[in-house]
Each structure stands twice: as C-alpha cells, then as structure tokens.
Write a protein that binds this ligand. Structure first.
Ligand SMILES: Nc1nc2c(ncn2[C@@H]2O[C@H](COP(=O)(O)OP(=O)(O)OP(=O)(O)O)[C@@H](O)[C@H]2O)c(=O)[nH]1
Ligand SMILES: [Mg+2]
Length: 290
C-alpha cells in the first residue's frame, strides 16, 4: 500500500481547468507543424539561441527536441552530471530529417554563472550579444574572464542572415526560478535589452517540472493543471518581463531510455511556439531587406 499512497496527489493542487491546452498525443498538430516548417526563403535557416543559468537544462532541451523528432531518445548535446558549468563551446545543432536537415538550428552556449562578479556577468552579456548578431563562429570556447574579441579567429566579421539569431530562448530551472539572485535576473534582463534592440523575440522554457512538483512527476499531463507551476511562471514573468504566453514548461529527456508521448507533446508544443515566434521575426527581417 505504501507505494500507492506515495503516488497520491492532493486534489487541491489541481486547477479544475488547465490554464493552457495542448494536444496530449492524440492530435499531432504541433508535430506536423514542426516537421513541415519551411522558412519563406530557400536555404534560410531559423536560428534559435538557448541561454540561461548554468545547469538549467539547455543542452537537455536540445537533446529532447532531437529525440522527439528522431523518434528515439538521443543525446547529441552533452549534458552535465554535476552542478558545475558543463557546456563551454558555442555549438550549432542541426537535426536530421531523412537525408537532409530541418531548416532550423539550435545553438548551445555556456551558461550564466551565479556569480557576484559584475565583470563576469558583463562579459557573459556581451558574448550573448555577439552571438545574437551572428558574430560567433561554431567551436568558440567561452572565456568567463574575457569577451570574444574582434581579432579572435572565432569572430565572424561578416555574418549573413543565416548566422544571426532569430529567437532567443531563456532556459530556466523551475526548482530555482523563484530563488534566482537579483544579479542573475539583471543579467537576463540585460540580455533581453540587447535582444529587444535587435528586434529578436524572446521566450522562456521552464525545465525540470518533474523535480519541482510531485503532481507533475506523478503524471506529466498535469502540467497545465498545476497551480503551483502557474504561480511560479507568473512570478518569473513579472520579475524578468517575459510575458506568460511566451513561457513554456517542459520535462526534458534526462534519464529515460524510451520515448513518452505525453512528454513529447509538451516538448514539441514548446518547439512549435519557438519556431512560430522566430519565423515572424525572420520574415520581418527578410522583408525589410527587400
Ligand atoms: N529531472 C529533470 N532533470 C533534468 C531536466 N532537464 C535537465 N535535467 C538534468 O539537469 C542537469 C543539467 O542539465 P544540462 O542540460 O546539462 O543543463 P545546461 O543548462 O546545459 O548546463 P550548462 O551547460 O552547465 O550550462 C543534468 O543532470 C540533466 O540530466 C528535466 O526536465 N528534469
Ligand atoms: Mg549545457
């Protein structure tokens, strides 16, 4: 009996009506949208940059999207198994589609450290700014002590539209979202200011919803019925300034070996919105160039 009582979730945690609807596996609209997405211009890629605090689940989100689209659990981007900053290299991930690739790419970068050093945070923000403008070449290893310099061999002097970022995704650990220091929030806001200046839209992904809330760990389809998660997203939205309808909670593939259609539905729904929002900005840019 012990195991069944440990799975019991207090009904008061649930909202009667979910605050957002997604197609839990039955209706493959989101999957269809992502699988058939094509930018208006041939040869153009939609570039999605992931940033956010160290260990938030940036690399795991890339693996999760890859897993859903490859229909098997994959681990293309290496993931941390400790709390230390794991990803250090600027890397573009392309996802295989038959013999070609999907026309969107995901960029992984070094996480934002929870540091008291203003200088380190400023360097991080400056590096993100360079990435947004397409000035960072793949393979660049971030140096927390120095920003990328114009003389560096990884500095791209002449970025094309394909090198530039079209949507910026701030990845946040749901467990610690409300415990973020003012300094971290300030750095995220600085990055947002840069992106706003470049007219790059921003969304946020809330990861580890399974760890944060037992009602979601018990059943991931409770994601939009969890009042606690809704409140945490609202708090973050107010603090950082990203609107609630641009924030998407996900549970990443991290320890699973088999796909789970309920997790897939949440991941692909987030990805659909990221592409949709990024595509609007890409189209605006392309039209302004003609
Ligand atoms: N339970 C749970 N664990 C997760 C989830 N997403 C990521 N993790 C775990 O969180 C840890 C950090 O994940 P990463 O994907 O490496 O995070 P990151 O943001 O890329 O980290 P850095 O590269 O260090 O900045 C890993 O141990 C993951 O397995 C999730 O949705 N649920
Ligand atoms: Mg990483």
């Amino acid at each position: 009996m012990g195991s069944s009582s440990s799975k019991t979730v207090a009904p008061s945690l649930f909202l009667e009506n979910p605050w957002r609807q997604i197609n839990n596996g039955e209706n493959p609209t989101d999957q269809h949208f992502v699988e058939n997405y094509k930018p208006e211009v041939e040869e153009q890629n939609l570039r999605i940059l992931l940033h956010g605090p160290v260990g938030a689940g940036k690399s795991s989100f890339i693996n999760s999207v890859n897993s859903v689209l490859q229909k098997r659990v994959c681990c293309k981007a290496l993931v941390a198994n400790s709390c230390d900053c794991f990803t250090k290299k600027y890397t573009t991930y392309r996802i295989k589609k038959g013999n070609a690739f999907y026309p969107f790419v995901l960029n992984d970068m070094m996480g934002l450290k929870n540091t008291t050093s203003r200088r380190n945070r400023r360097i991080h923000v400056k590096d993100v700014k360079q990435a947004l403008k397409g000035h960072i070449k793949d393979g660049y290893v971030f140096n927390p002590e120095n920003k990328l310099s114009k003389g560096d061999r990884y500095y791209n002097r002449t970025p094309t539209e394909n090198d530039k970022v079209h949507v910026l995704v701030c990845v946040v650990d749901t467990n610690t979202a409300s415990l973020m220091s003012d300094a971290t929030v300030e750095a995220i806001q600085d990055v947002r200011d840069e992106a706003n200046g470049l007219e790059i839209p921003q969304v946020a992904i809330f990861t580890k919803i399974d760890e944060a809330f037992p009602e979601i760990k018990h059943d991931v389809t409770n994601v939009y019925r969890s009042e606690c998660l809704q409140k945490r997203i609202e708090e973050f939205s107010k603090r950082v300034g990203i609107p609630i309808n641009f924030i998407f909670p996900v549970k990443n593939y991290h320890s699973e070996r088999e796909l789970n259609p309920d997790m897939d539905a949440i991941i692909i729904n987030a990805m659909r919105h990221i592409i949709d929002i990024g595509n609007d900005s890409l189209n605006r840019k392309l039209r302004s160039q003609t």
